[in-house]
Write a protein that binds this ligand. Structure first.
Ligand SMILES: Cc1cc2nc3c(=O)[nH]c(=O)nc-3n(C[C@H](O)[C@H](O)[C@H](O)COP(=O)(O)O)c2cc1C
Length: 296
């Protein structure tokens, strides 16, 4: 089956799947496996305190794959003041952007607070700017600021949350009504039903975070992967950690982990997810060769 959405078209990827940004782990070897498997691999620039190491990683990425990939810049969760105390921080972010532009990167993702200073430079260079946020109202603001697409992370997801964070179901159905740009659903998605469900809610692609943490290529130590695979997602502590606003220790895996029980290569994970989604579509009577949401 051919998968066609606004995101597969804009990004030139085979499946509507985008890798999460991974502080600590999102580097060329991990990200290239995701790109090679048909999604959009993401290199997180801030994983390289030395910008020259970032340049080398981008060069390595281009050696490892000729498929599209993106750069992530995670911003602090507060506004950066463009005319004052934060000028050095902004310069630092723009230095990473410049390196990536010089390495012919064209897809940039930002997350956290306002990032239009990144978007402006990316657009000047002819690239695409996607922003990730947790509230629909921030998604609307990012669209107004010129973002070419928005990832919205629901309450089900891991990572930073806002006290007003909503569920993926609420986020995506509301965003579909209120935004014109393509939407990427993130938060708690770890299997083919979650994947198809998010597309049905109105997403043009799905972002996988936790689900990738237990793949072979993820550079997390094996013992941590095993520990995560054995988590009980229905445990009270687990529930509290995921569904309660928390600024500390917010990097617990999400319930997406509950869909996995072994460490497998990224390619296998994606192939299984897509194959099962295609079988579900067939069982629903959809026997078209093309899954196309571009005009809906
Ligand atoms: C270990 C880990 C590190 C992460 N680091 C970042 C980060 O640096 N920046 C960011 O925007 N999101 C980060 N995230 C969040 C993911 O990019 C993604 O939004 C989230 O995992 C989606 O929810 P899910 O885990 O339920 O799939 C991280 C997630 C994990 C599991």
């Amino acid at each position: 089956m051919k998968w066609k959405t606004k995101i597969t078209q804009i990004l030139g990827i085979k499946y509507p799947l985008v890798m999460g940004a991974f502080g600590g782990w999102g580097k060329a070897e991990f990200a290239s496996s995701f790109s090679k498997a048909g999604g959009l691999g993401i290199i997180a620039a801030l994983n390289f305190p030395n910008p020259e190491d970032f340049r080398k990683d981008l060069q390595k990425m281009k050696e490892l794959t000729d498929k599209p990939f993106g750069i992530n810049l995670s911003l602090p969760h507060r506004s950066l003041k463009e005319n004052g105390e934060d000028i050095e921080t902004i310069k630092r972010y723009l230095d990473y952007v410049e390196i990536a532009i010089n390495e012919n990167c064209t897809i940039f993702t930002t997350s956290g607070y306002k990032a239009s200073f990144v978007g402006t430079r990316v657009h000047e260079s002819g690239g695409l700017w996607f922003h990730k946020c947790v509230l629909v109202k921030h998604a609307i603001a990012a669209e107004k600021a010129g973002a070419d697409g928005i990832t919205i992370v629901g309450l089900e997801g891991t990572g930073f949350k806002n006290p007003l964070t909503n569920t993926t179901l609420v986020n995506i159905t509301m965003a579909k009504k209120l935004l014109k740009v393509p939407i990427i659903a993130a938060g708690g998605i770890g299997d083919s039903r979650g994947f198809l469900g998010a597309l049905a809610l109105g997403a043009d692609a799905v972002c996988l975070g936790t689900a990738l943490m237990v793949t072979k290529e993820c550079p997390v130590p094996e013992r941590i992967k095993e520990k995560w695979l054995n988590l009980d997602v229905f445990d009270e502590q687990f529930h509290k950690k995921i569904y309660t606003y928390n600024v500390k220790n917010f990097m617990a895996p999400s319930t997406a982990i509950g869909h996995h029980n072994e460490i497998i290569p990224i390619k296998t994970l994606i192939e299984k997810m897509i194959k099962k989604a295609e079988n579900i579509l067939l069982s629903w009577g959809f026997d078209n060769n093309e899954f196309n949401t571009v005009n809906t």
